[in-house]
Write a protein that binds this ligand. Structure first.
Ligand code: AP5
Ligand code: MG
Length: 217
């Protein structure tokens, strides 16, 4: 299956995409995670992207399309995929269609719908592991030991772009630049709208039902 997750910052794309990738045994590619790893490793891509990310702006289309193009060239999209955080502009959606080809195409674009107050609450309580990128929420899925990643023992920290002033700007950027992508998939009858409030388990059940897959493998 070729799937993309759409939704505002903090709507739960990463949380749900990770679960679904595990359930379907297909790769989960998050452009945000790829960029944060590049920033952490101080690569040329990371140095270029950092200033956009810290300000809550989108990284330029040609950089992101190039990144996904590299993944495709390396065969990482060949046996199905779940994209999280890409595409987030219409030119990115068009580039993705060109990359995956008309025959294979995108099967579904899953849109997680969450209101602004809940998003601000979630992002103010998020920690992530810089080493392995696992996401924690202090309310729903706190780590077993404070500040330490359950999976790899790495140090947990807030994301630089989860500062209160940056959260507001990221939400505005989503409305202006990424909401048209929802329309892009709606007009192609590919948009699956999911209420993104409730427990992560409840939301996963809705996503699975919408895709006609069982919750358990
Ligand atoms: P990216 O990393 O994609 O960030 P984002 O889209 O802003 O989304 P988030 O990762 O903040 O939220 P999420 O929806 O994944 O939610 P999560 O599951 O973590 O992008 C970061 C930056 O990189 C961009 O601003 C841009 O600069 C750049 N970038 C990336 N892709 C790009 C592209 N294609 N083009 C241009 N630039 C790009 O959940 C959030 C929190 O809520 C967590 O703490 C979680 O535990 C908790 N939570 C999850 N589900 C629930 C629930 N049901 N109830 C309560 N809490 C929950
Ligand atoms: Mg994410």
């Amino acid at each position: 299956m070729n799937l993309v997750f759409l939704g505002a910052p903090g709507s739960g794309k990463g949380t749900q995409a990770m679960r679904l990738a595990h359930r379907l045994s297909i790769p989960h590619l998050s452009t945000g995670d790829l960029l944060r790893a590049a920033v952490r490793d101080n690569t040329p891509l990371g140095r270029d992207a950092q200033k956009y990310m810290a300000a809550g702006e989108l990284v330029p289309d040609q950089v992101i399309i190039g990144l996904i193009g590299e993944k495709q060239a390396a065969g990482e999209l060949a046996r199905g995929f779940i994209l999280d955080g890409f595409p987030r502009t219409v030119p990115q959606a068009e580039a993705l269609d060109a990359l995956v080809g008309d025959g294979a195409g995108i099967d579904r674009a899953i849109l997680l719908q969450v209101d602004r107050d809940e998003i601000v609450r979630r992002l103010s309580n998020r920690l992530y592991c810089e080493a392995c990128q696992v996401i924690y929420g202090m309310a729903t899925n706190p780590p077993r030991r404070a500040g330490v990643c359950d999976r790899c023992g790495g140090r947990l920290r807030p994301r630089a772009d989860d500062a209160p002033d940056v959260i507001g700007h990221r939400l505005d950027v989503y409305r202006q630049q990424s909401q048209p992508v929802e329309e892009y998939y709606r007009t192609r009858s590919l948009l699956l709208m999911i209420a993104g409030v409730g427990t992560p388990d409840q939301i996963f059940s809705r996503v699975a039902a919408g895709l006609n897959v069982s919750v358990d493998a």
